[in-house]
Design a binder for this molecule. Sequence first.
Ligand SMILES: *Cc1c(COP(=O)(O)O)cnc(C)c1O
Length: 390
Amino acid sequence: MSNKPIRDSYLPYGRQWIDEEDIQAVVDVLRSDYLTTGPAVGKFEHAVASYVGTTYAVAFANGTAALHGACFAADVGEGDEVITTPMTFAASANCVLYQGGKPVFADIDSDTYNIDPSKIAEKITDRTKAIIPVDFTGQPADLEQIKELAKKHNLVVIEDAAHALGATYKGGKVGSISDMTMFSFHPVKHITSGEGGIITTNNEVYYQKLLQFRSHGVTRQSDQLIENQGPWYYEMQFLGYNYRMTDIQATLGTSQLKKINHFVDRRRKYVAMYNEAFKELEEINVPYQDANGNSSWHLYVIRLNLEKLTVSRREIFEALLEENIGVNVHYIPVHLQPYYKQLGYGYGTCPNAEKLYEEIITLPLFPAMTEEDVKDVIEAVNKVLNLYRK
Ligand SMILES: *Cc1c(COP(=O)(O)O)cnc(C)c1O
């Protein structure tokens, strides 16, 4: 076996795709009257709301701030419990802590890797306020069953769809299904605004709270003021934050959103190439897809069949890195992070997620990849498996 890597240049697991039209749009906004929250933010919110099919959308500085806003709008406070999945980025649970609430982790389904509604049901108490399902890798969670549970127990569903812009569930667009849905516009996500996030909702009360929360708890709307001392007057009515998106971010976001269908199509095409190439390999499991959803494929996660291999995930991971393939692991279960352990969480509470974590590798997937890049990844996976299969 030659030691020459499959690729000369490093292929990241994800990255943005910015074209000349995006650049021109941002240059134009830099010459305009507004840099921070101005007309471009409203335009972007309108574009996202109409894309997913909701009445309202509220843009934030990033997706984490948007999740924080959603927890505030859902009235999550001191001692309230919010159920979420451990197989996610820490932000899905941190937003509960920001509000003084308590994240409660419900284990995942071993096929879809999404939160298991029967495990959610076991965790509901009279302190439960909300559920935060995550559409892991872009595959919608079991939204119908989650909605039913929420209805039965009077809970708010805040869907973390950071991975799922462009996905559908039973024919409906993700973003229009839950009480509130969060999308992130970090550069590795489907579209980018640099940093950025948004909440989509059909609920006017949530909408008003989100607007005020992202700007210090301040309102100028005359119908909401407790008194009105004059045209200069505004009121800070609760402790909010400066979580505003800028017009620079929003302009980039609007330009990127025009390309979402093209981006998702390319992701799906590359996933089909991976699935086809790996389907006969006993050493890896390709991602299982539930028939109710149509994923928009933020991530392509393979699961190693360690019984068929002579080494652990770590050696396979390092061998792929040596081939210049930018592999990753999504995710280290949140309840195993040192900070969460210090809060009393830990190993043994979500066995399906803990086991999955030991066996997964994320392969590169992003729309700006070429078919040649995809073929390099396939070749590298085959090369490494040939070295380590039993
Ligand atoms: C990216 C991401 C977030 C946070 O979004 P930011 O815009 O980076 O703050 C939250 N949840 C999940 C699952 C994510 O992937």
